[in-house]
Design a protein around this ligand. Structure first.
Ligand SMILES: Cc1ncc(COP(=O)(O)O)c(C=O)c1O
Length: 424
């Protein structure tokens, strides 16, 4: 458990923290406001600094480290791949067995998507960082609009939502609400219209003959840990069916057990036409993301030459992906997220009742947001760091709690005690 005293560690280097700060300062882009901590080792739910001080990771790399850092089974699979000479990137002109096995596993990991297009099952297109697969989804929706709905190419429109977060590349930042993400980076990509998250009437007003899809997070992470109102996702599903366009869920942050279900959309019993996954898909060890949809749709939109990625679906990532999905099932991480999340949320709600600082507690599973009264969540995150916890804000006003899904009772107790110290 938490031990504030030094423990011996094997670090990558013994370069001092001060030197690391100056390397970043001198040679790195300053695009992050970092907490003053250099992590030298990461194992399970814990991060360790050079002195051996341990920090409980309540952020898990924004859901990427869902099975805990360096999960032994995933590390073993990857180590064997490296030592066995079947890990490196291979030219995409030939097949590899890790990709084939990963595609089979991933395609069958979700329910049949877009069943209105046929019962042949799902197909998967792999990429690296999450934003790449969001772009694949955007391509899919636009292609559908052009090919199947007869929308003039270039006129396709996709409905997205206020305070969305889908990544940082040009097309995706083009429809970001946050000005800082966009300003000065134009020309931006057209073809997106924004509705208020949770407001179906707003969505209805935006639908027209050029609408080819809706891209939505079934729970907003970066947008302030927002759970949509009951019936919202079902309403989107109905609108997509009635008006013949595609409904795509971005579950990069909330999928794969994070909210106490395998997929967040299961809370609402709504199945999308397309699904984007990333982050935890490789257990947080290498970048791996996918866009998944019905076979018929995938075959329609992507044909030889119409898409590609050097590293997308390369053997090491696929080996990690197969192991991570296996761990998720075998170690019942979804069930753990539901059970530990329920305990943690109940305790946080109790703290909130007595706290002068808490405005609202939101969340599902181990994806919990504590909105603070004065809107500066980072002040609390810094205090939590002093106590030995890594936490950050969502949308400025909300403390985001998203530890690895196998966090144990003792670790939860430490988290709750620490929250009491800063919130009461
Ligand atoms: C919902 C959602 N979509 C997309 C992304 C982008 O993923 P990546 O940073 O791997 O490109 C993120 C990252 O936080 C996310 O939370």
């Amino acid at each position: 458990m938490y031990n504030p005293n030094s423990i011996p560690i094997t670090a990558y280097s013994n370069i001092t923290d001060k030197e690391i700060f100056s390397f970043e300062d001198n040679y790195g882009a300053h695009h992050y406001e970092r907490l003053n901590l250099v992590v030298r080792q990461a194992k399970g739910c814990w991060l360790t600094d050079i002195s051996g001080r341990r920090y409980l990771d309540c952020l898990a790399a924004y859901s990427a480290a869902n099975p805990g850092h360096h999960h032994p089974k995933i590390v073993q699979a990857m180590t064997e791949a490296l030592l066995g000479n079947y890990a490196s990137v291979i030219s995409n002109v030939v097949y590899t067995d890790p990709l084939g096995i990963f595609l089979d596993k991933a395609a069958n990991f979700a329910p049949q998507l877009a069943p209105r297009f046929g019962k042949k099952g799902n197909k998967v297109l792999p990429k690296n960082g999450g934003v790449e697969s969001v772009e694949t989804a955007i391509k899919m929706m636009r292609y559908y609009g052009w090919k199947k709905k007869g929308i003039e190419d270039g006129q396709q429109e996709i409905i997205i939502f206020d305070n969305n977060f889908h990544g940082r590349m040009i097309t995706v930042i083009s429809f970001a609400t946050t000005k800082k993400y966009r300003e000065g980076f134009g020309p931006l990509t057209p073809g997106f219209v924004s509705a208020e998250y949770g407001n179906l009437d707003d969505v209805k007003k935006l639908i027209n003959k050029n609408t080819c899809g809706i891209l939505v997070e079934p729970m907003q992470g970066e947008g302030g840990m927002k759970v949509p109102p009951a019936g919202f996702l079902r309403g989107l599903r109905d609108l997509a069916d009635e008006n013949d366009f595609l409904l795509v869920f971005d579950e990069i942050q909330v999928g794969l057990g994070r909210t106490g279900k395998r997929f967040c959309f299961e809370h609402d019993n709504v199945v999308p036409d397309g699904l984007v996954l990333g982050k935890a898909l490789s257990g947080g060890l290498v970048p791996l993301s996918i866009f998944m949809t019905n076979s018929e749709l995938m075959d329609m939109a992507f044909t030889v030459g119409s898409d590609g990625s050097t590293f997308g679906g390369y053997p090491l990532a696929c080996v990690a992906g197969i192991a991570a999905l296996t761990v998720l099932e075998e170690e019942k991480l979804v069930e753990s997220s539901a059970a530990q999340g329920a305990k943690l949320k109940a305790a946080i709600e109790k703290i909130a009742q007595q706290s002068p600082h808490v405005k609202e507690v939101r969340g599902r599973g181990l994806f919990i947001g504590i909105e603070v009264v004065d809107g500066n969540a980072m002040d609390f995150c810094r205090k939590l760091l002093e106590l030995g916890l890594i936490v950050n804000d969502s949308h400025g006003h909300t403390i985001r709690i998203s530890p690895p899904l196998n966090i144990n009772d003792e670790e939860i107790a430490f988290l709750i005690e620490s929250l009491k110290k800063v919130l009461l």
